[in-house]
Design a protein around this ligand. Structure first.
Ligand code: NDP
Length: 281
């Protein structure tokens, strides 16, 4: 078997074309969607992510503002900046690029963003609403994964989803969203015993670990759908948590890295920003 690739890049491009029209419509009614991105310090990966988010905004006509703060910024300075953006009516979404320097508590920052501008979907109110199935901003990477699966007409109801990784930004919420879609969900993590036994049961296997190529052919049930969230570097090259060459021989569908989940993440951020602007309008 050779897996069908789930092309996130293509799907993201299609979605962004549709969003462009929505943005034009909003603008013609006098509302320019605005996203504020706060970058603290000089982490290179963060700078790259922020640049691609800004570029994506520009491409579809969202106004983006970059607030760059130094590595020495204190927590209260950052919170004051968030307060200012919370009050700014031209800003529909606020995103603080993580990770933050060690003198700043991430949770305090996440909780300071007004839930109506929480386009990352990390605020406890957004998470709570997601859990109860209420309308809210959904976290971008998990939402992007669900959209990809649905666009490929992959049945979710009654399927056994195994998620490897339980972070607050990927693992936990992607399991919750798929539970909301009536899948049966198992979480695995660093303390899980017999990982292979668990992952082998998955109809849909999601790897969000951050360990290069750790999911091998032996972890995958033949015909399973495999979603690789990992973004790792090996000899300067991007690669995922899944051993692509091995797993493509057993999986039915597989996301490549790069070009799989990554482009969908940014697309969902754009979608949340537009949604927020629509509410304002
Ligand atoms: P975290 O480091 O926050 O979480 C990693 C999770 O993997 C933890 O729950 C950890 O378990 C678990 N884990 C670690 N080692 C093992 C192991 N050997 N076996 C089983 N489980 C293990 O990472 P994130 O969730 O933030 O990110 C995961 C990956 O996804 C990274 O490569 C990241 O770069 C990428 N990413 C990609 C995005 C995209 O847009 N494509 C967006 C966000 C992240 P425990 O909880 O027990 O420590």
């Amino acid at each position: 078997m050779t897996a069908i690739l789930l092309n996130g890049k293509e799907l993201a491009a299609k979605k962004r074309e549709q969003m462009k029209e929505k943005v034009e419509q909003l603008k013609s009614q006098g509302t320019v969607p605005g996203l504020a991105v706060i970058l603290v310090g000089t982490n290179q990966a963060s700078q790259t992510y922020v640049r691609s988010k800004q570029k994506a905004c520009e491409q579809i006509g969202i106004h983006s503002v970059l607030v760059e703060l130094s590595e020495e910024t204190t927590e209260s300075q950052l919170l004051a900046e968030i307060d200012r953006l919370n009050e700014d009516s031209s800003v529909d979404g606020i995103l603080v690029q993580l990770p933050l320097p060690k003198q700043i508590t991430e949770q305090a920052v996440i909780e300071r963003i007004h839930p109506s501008k929480d386009v990352d979907g990390f605020h406890p109110i957004s998470i709570g609403k997601m859990m109860t199935g209420e309308e809210t901003f959904l976290p971008c990477t998990p939402h992007g994964i669900v959209v990809m699966l649905k666009e490929a007409n992959i049945e979710l109801e009654g399927k056994h989803v195994v998620v490897v990784g339980r972070s607050n930004i990927v693992g936990k919420p992607v399991g919750q969203l798929l539970l909301n879609e009536n899948a049966t969900v198992t979480y695995c993590h660093s303390r899980t015993k017999n990982l292979e036994e668990m992952t082998k049961q998955a109809d849909i296997l999601i790897a969000a670990v951050g360990v290069t190529k750790m999911i091998k052919e032996k972890h995958v049930k033949p015909g399973a759908v495999v979603i690789d969230v990992g973004i790792n570097r090996e000899n300067g090259k991007l690669c995922g948590d899944v051993d692509f060459d091995e797993v493509k021989e057993v999986a039915s569908y597989l996301t490549p890295v790069p070009g799989g989940v990554g482009p969908m993440t940014i697309t969902m951020l754009l979608e949340n920003t537009i949604q927020s602007a629509e509410r304002r309008a």
